[in-house]
Design a binder for this molecule. Structure first.
Ligand code: ADP
Ligand code: MP5
Length: 270
């Protein structure tokens, strides 16, 4: 039996709602074997990020080497990378291991406002990692930072997607969660030729901690199974929609999404 395998290169969220914890839970729920290479460890809960401890670059590299030496993943995603040094090493590893299904979630700022990427590292992310990516999944503020252009409308988002595509990824998905003015949430997929809008009803909830990690992990899991980018993105939207709709309601602040919800809605087989 061929077991699909996915690797996340990301930070740990001690609160379990975002970061590698969200990624591994999502891989598991989609029947994909999950592996991790940690870049940083955060002390974090639903109230915010209390501390960040970045791991030494050679040890980030060693984790990736260990995984590739034995368990070769079918798809890889990145999340919190924190520094330009870690980004440079991840880019080197991606090229060295010829990772073709590489999803870059350009994590910059936690929903609570804490910085998860040093500001001087944005250029490294754009110049070194985006050219290697199959898909990059910015939210609206991240797309603004990467392009230097404010986004107020869907037309602005389309323009940003085109500019980000020029940096080299095959697909750009500008997510719509931060477009608070609408009762529909639309994720915009751009493949360099045309746009596809993936829409769903906006869920009115504070429990949205980790939605971006969960979306990019579900996308990566589906790519690991051999799905094409558009169908993987549709499943990822459905996964997050279910995870937000059926909130767990735990923690005193911005709580985690429900990673069980999608499987429970679908029945046993996903
Ligand atoms: N309130 C919401 N209702 C429904 N879907 C949402 C909501 N907020 C975010 N999403 C979905 O969660 C995913 C992450 O979106 P977004 O919030 O834009 O990114 P991030 O979590 O990186 O800030 C996207 O697929 C988006 O459509
Ligand atoms: C370790 C880690 N990685 C990523 C996020 C972003 O998640 P969100 O923007 O949903 O808070 C986070 N809070 N912590």
């Amino acid at each position: 039996m061929n077991i699909p395998k996915a690797l996340t290169i990301a930070g740990s969220d001690s609160g379990g709602g975002a970061g590698i914890q969200a990624d591994i839970k999502t891989f598991q729920e989609l029947d994909v074997y999950g592996m991790s290479a940690l870049t940083s460890v955060t002390a974090q809960n639903t109230l915010g990020v209390q501390g960040v401890h970045s791991l030494p670059v050679p040890f980030v590299a060693q984790q990736i080497e260990s995984v590739f030496a034995d368990l070769r993943p079918d798809a890889v995603k990145t999340g919190m990378l924190f520094s330009s040094e870690i980004i440079a090493e991840v880019a080197r590893q991606a090229a060295r291991h010829r990772i073709d299904k590489l999803v870059i979630d350009p994590v910059m700022i936690a929903k609570g406002g804490a910085s998860l990427l040093q500001s001087e590292a944005v250029t490294a992310l754009v110049q070194q990692l985006l050219p290697l990516a199959l898909v990059v999944t910015p939210n609206i503020p991240e797309a603004e930072v990467m392009t230097g252009c404010p986004i107020h409308s869907l037309a602005d988002r389309k323009e940003a997607a085109k500019r980000i595509h020029d940096y080299g990824p095959a697909y750009v998905i500008v997510k719509g969660g931060h477009d608070a003015g609408s009762d529909t949430v639309t994720d915009l997929v751009y493949d360099g030729r045309g746009f596809t809008e993936l829409a769903g009803p906006r869920v009115d909830t504070v429990h949205s901690h980790g939605t971006g990690c969960t979306f990019s992990a579900a996308l990566t899991a589906e790519l690991a199974k051999g799905k094409d980018v558009l169908s993987a993105a549709r499943t990822a939207r459905d996964f997050v929609q279910a995870a937000l709709t059926d909130a767990l309601g735990i923690g005193g602040g911005q709580g985690p999404t429900n990673h069980w919800a999608y499987r429970r809605q679908k029945g046993v087989s996903v």
